[in-house]
Design a protein around this ligand. Sequence first.
Ligand SMILES: Nc1ncnc2c1ncn2[C@@H]1O[C@H](COP(=O)(O)OP(=O)(O)OP(=O)(O)O)[C@@H](O)[C@H]1O
Length: 221
Amino acid sequence: MIVFDQVAKRYPGGYTALAGVSFEIRHGELVVLSGHSGAGKSTLLKLIPVIERPTAGSVSINGQDVSRMPARAIPYLRRNLGLVLQESRLLFDRNVFDNVMLPLVITGHPPRDGARRVAAALERVGLAGRERELPAGLSGGEQQRVAIARAIVNRPSILIADEPTAHLDPDYAHEIAELFRSFNSAGVTVVISTHDATLFAASRPRRLVLHKGLLVEGGEA
Ligand SMILES: Nc1ncnc2c1ncn2[C@@H]1O[C@H](COP(=O)(O)OP(=O)(O)OP(=O)(O)O)[C@@H](O)[C@H]1O
């Protein structure tokens, strides 16, 4: 369970990106976060893996207040989170295998089992056998699939994606949306931001809507 309790985020310089945001996400939910550009979607998502910390209120995951978590504990938290963020670019000088293996290398995972996990993750996103290719030779949709494989290689129970369908043509965007739906059907909690909430409408997601840093739909007092 993810709980935001009266969360505010003010960036240095004084810009208030989030104000008094409260909601709960239960295990296994599919949550679609929408709102206009600058509404605070990326900021909200970054508070979950503690890439940013709130300036007021708290964010807790499974009863643990992560907003005040010491920096040394954050890598352990992130092992259980799959992240597909705007900043999580692929390494273009490394092949697909190395890109997907990266989180396992960072956490010191045994290489043989890691290789099996990479193969399973690539299979899951429809890129089986593409390990030796370089990202530059892949389409935008395939590159996004590599980023998703990298996010799930640790078998996280929570998957967070910030506009994973942005810059993709409609067919690719639907395929990527379908992929997230299938992870959710397999029991993973999925929190995804998008400009196009209709992509996920068929799976009747829980909707959170931000407007200028305020949660205008889907919140709980
Ligand atoms: N590191 C930062 N320092 C200062 N201001 C920031 C920072 N990151 C975001 N902001 C500001 O906070 C506000 C919310 O930004 P955020 O990226 O969370 O919105 P968003 O809804 O994800 O927008 P978009 O859809 O364009 O990605 C914006 O006005 C942005 O300029």
